[in-house]
Design a protein around this ligand. Structure first.
Ligand SMILES: *Cc1c(COP(=O)(O)O)cnc(C)c1O
Length: 363
């Protein structure tokens, strides 16, 4: 298939990656930098791979402006394993944790934490089907909580925090799976950030954890070795074989982001893409966005017609027009356009053109 035949892929994840990075990977696939083998075939202890992983980490530190007292870990197991590793490692004193429920992923994270300690749901938007983000204040948190957990961008419901909750001295932990590197972020406001790579960073199989050093080393003695952050921090993510090809791809994505002008340049493009799409939807007579305007995600744009038959027709006709994976999550239906970093403005324009045509034909 030629480059011209690629579709606009609005999948929530795994999702589009920058074409430039994909083409470079294709070029280097069987022989990386003249070393005579693929990254997939090389030892994770080789000089070549050591350069790949250290460069990836230093570029991520640079583009996210990660303070020196934070470790960057390249792990496996997805965001889902972090739902367990976070409580195992961070329930270190009172064994209490505060969770804010803003969607299915937040609920799954809280359910996992309950296995290891006391979970307080201090706010939830479930009563309005997760169509907004609750406001929380410092007084709302359990004073002796070991940490507070939030899901910054809610992939399924199309919401995102537009503020960082002030938790005082309580470490704030956040799932950034579907918004990492999409906008500038003050990492120092968090104790721990985690993200599966497959939405904004690279192929599935790599999970990024950014953790403040004082939160490492508190896991109980019977913690499985892989599940202890200390294991990975003490071994520079090379305790066992890391997801080597995923780290290579992520590293190339980080270089690509630097070339584009860093995260601030991406943030500007992401805002333009999302605003254009929401503006069209808000002015449309057929489509509607159920999410409160102030809490809308820049990455996952959820919309409906209010008529299930139209939604189905839209999803199948848009696919035929080269706009793939516009169906909403199986749990809520409707439509969802995931417009991560790698989705070009041309993809958003093509979607809006198609929506206008569909609206004209079906109203
Ligand atoms: C996709 C996603 C997950 C699940 O990630 P896995 O890597 O499949 O475990 C968790 N949280 C959020 C916010 C997501 O978008």
């Amino acid at each position: 298939m030629s480059k011209a035949e690629r579709v606009f892929n609005f999948s929530a994840g795994p999702s589009m990656l920058p074409l430039e990075v994909m083409e470079l990977a294709a070029e280097q696939l069987t022989n990386y930098n003249g070393c005579g083998m693929s990254v997939m075939e090389m030892s994770h202890r080789s000089k070549e791979f050591e350069a790949i992983i250290t460069t990836a980490e230093s570029n991520l530190r640079e583009i996210m402006n990660i303070p020196d007292n934070y470790k960057v870990l390249f792990l496996q197991g997805g965001a889902t394993l972090q739902f367990s590793m976070v409580p195992i490692n961070l329930l270190r004193n009172s064994k209490k944790a505060d969770y804010i429920l803003t969607g299915s992923w937040a609920k799954k994270a809280a359910a996992e934490a309950k296995k290891f300690g006391q979970v307080n749901i201090i706010a939830s938007s479930e009563e309005r089907n997760f169509t907004y983000i609750p406001e929380v204040k410092k007084e709302d948190f359990t004073p002796d909580a070991d940490y507070v957990h939030i899901t910054f961008n809610n992939t399924i419901y199309g919401t995102k925090f537009r503020y960082i909750p002030d938790t005082g001295d309580i470490p704030l932990v956040s799932d950034f799976s579907s918004c990492i590197l999409s906008e500038e972020l003050d990492v120092s406001k968090f104790g721990l950030i985690y993200a599966g790579a497959q939405k904004n960073v690279g192929p599935a199989g790599l999970t990024i954890v950014i953790i403040r050093e004082d939160l490492i080393g508190h896991a109980p003695a019977n913690t499985p070795v892989y599940l202890d952050y200390k294991t990975h921090a003490n071994n520079d993510s090379l305790y066992n074989t890391p997801p080597t090809f995923g780290i290579y791809m992520a590293g190339e994505v980080f270089k690509h982001i630097k070339k584009l002008g860093g995260v601030s340049a991406l943030e500007k493009m992401n805002k333009e893409k999302a605003m254009k799409l929401y503006d069209y939807i808000d002015g449309s007579s057929l489509f509607r966005c159920p999410v409160e305007a102030k809490d809308r995600s820049m990455m996952n744009v959820v919309f409906v017609t209010g008529n299930e038959a139209f939604d189905k027709k839209f999803i199948s006709e848009s696919k035929a027009a080269g706009l793939h994976n516009l169906g909403g999550h199986r749990s809520i239906g409707g439509m969802r356009a995931s417009i991560y970093n790698a989705m070009p403005m041309a993809g958003v324009d093509a979607l809006i053109d198609f929506m206008k045509k569909f609206e004209a034909e079906n109203l």
